[in-house]
Design a protein around this ligand. Structure first.
Ligand code: GTP
Ligand code: MG
Length: 262
């Protein structure tokens, strides 16, 4: 099957083998770490550490200054071509392609957000929007702490599909799941079919957080993941004590400081 993408470019045909394989291997390519302010204005004191190979690698500017360490599974769902992969690639690698290939099965990414109050490691499952992969979805949203349901603001059909995903998550997903509704491609305002208020009202009625985003220019992309991290951090119980406690004790009439296991 061939999909048209971007400026009329064709997506690559998908073989039966890749369909049967279902899931794309977690990326093993890159082991670099990049730290940058989430946004120069609003979160100037926060840093994003990009981590690959699922191995946290900390640099001094991305150190653990929060008291909670949270690992959270986050799943992206939505109609094909709405920009799910583009949003994740923008968040994890700071990249955007006009000719993004359709996802086969699902793709896996990790990313760490260091907030003042917590460090949140996201295990991100980016699902394929093509209908033939729909039956795989429960595997990815099962046990997820957060779900991002994406539609394309130039397609009413994709908004209707997003509503179906929300209903499915409400029926079958984790009841505590933090859900977001995201109207992507907000740069294509002249072709808009779903008004901002329509998305926003639906989100309000269903207790979802709402964003309009642009994977293309990065607008609201870090913000939406930051919002998820903040909410999950607020919900999570404080981490138990770690490392060593310093206590003072009087010995032979003298005051000393010593360490003992926490
Ligand atoms: N103009 C514009 N195009 C975008 C934006 N985000 C994504 N696109 C384009 O939309 C197309 C589809 O993007 P993908 O990220 O592959 O969409 P997807 O939801 O992952 O699609 P599936 O993997 O098939 O489910 C690509 O050609 C992207 O370049 C955006 O914010 N603005
Ligand atoms: Mg994709």
């Amino acid at each position: 099957m061939v999909r048209r993408r971007g400026n009329g470019m064709k997506g690559s045909p998908q073989s039966e083998k890749s369909l049967l394989n279902g899931m794309r291997e977690p990326s093993k390519s890159n082991s670099t770490i990049t730290c940058r302010p989430v946004s120069p204005v609003s979160y100037f004191s926060q840093f994003v550490c990009a981590i690959h190979n699922s191995k946290p690698v900390w640099s001094s500017s991305c150190s653990l200054f929060g008291s909670k360490n949270i690992q959270a599974k986050l799943v992206l769902l939505g109609e094909m071509g709405t920009g799910k992969t583009s949003l994740v690639l923008r968040f994890v690698k700071g990249l955007f392609s006009d000719y993004q290939e359709p996802t086969i099965g699902a793709a896996f990414f990790t990313q760490v957000l260091s907030l003042n109050e917590a460090t949140v490691k996201f295990d991100i499952w980016d699902t394929a929007g093509q209908e033939r992969y729909h039956s795989l979805a429960p595997m990815y949203y099962r046990g997820a702490a957060a779900a991002v349901v994406v539609y394309d603001i130039t397609s009413m059909e994709s908004f209707e599909k997003a509503k179906k995903w929300v209903e499915e998550l409400q029926r079958q997903g984790n009841p505590d799941m933090f859900m977001m509704l995201v109207g992507n491609k907000a740069d294509l305002d002249t072709k808009r079919k779903v008004e901002n208020e329509v998305g926003e009202n639906y989100a309000k009625e269903n207790g979802l957080h709402f964003f309009e985003s642009l994977a293309k220019t990065a607008q609201n992309v870090n913000e939406l993941f930051y919002e998820a991290a903040k909410t999950l951090a607020a919900k999570a119980p404080p981490s138990g004590p770690s490392g060593m406690k310093l206590q003072s004790r009087t010995q032979d009439g003298r005051r000393t400081l010593f360490c003992c296991p926490g």
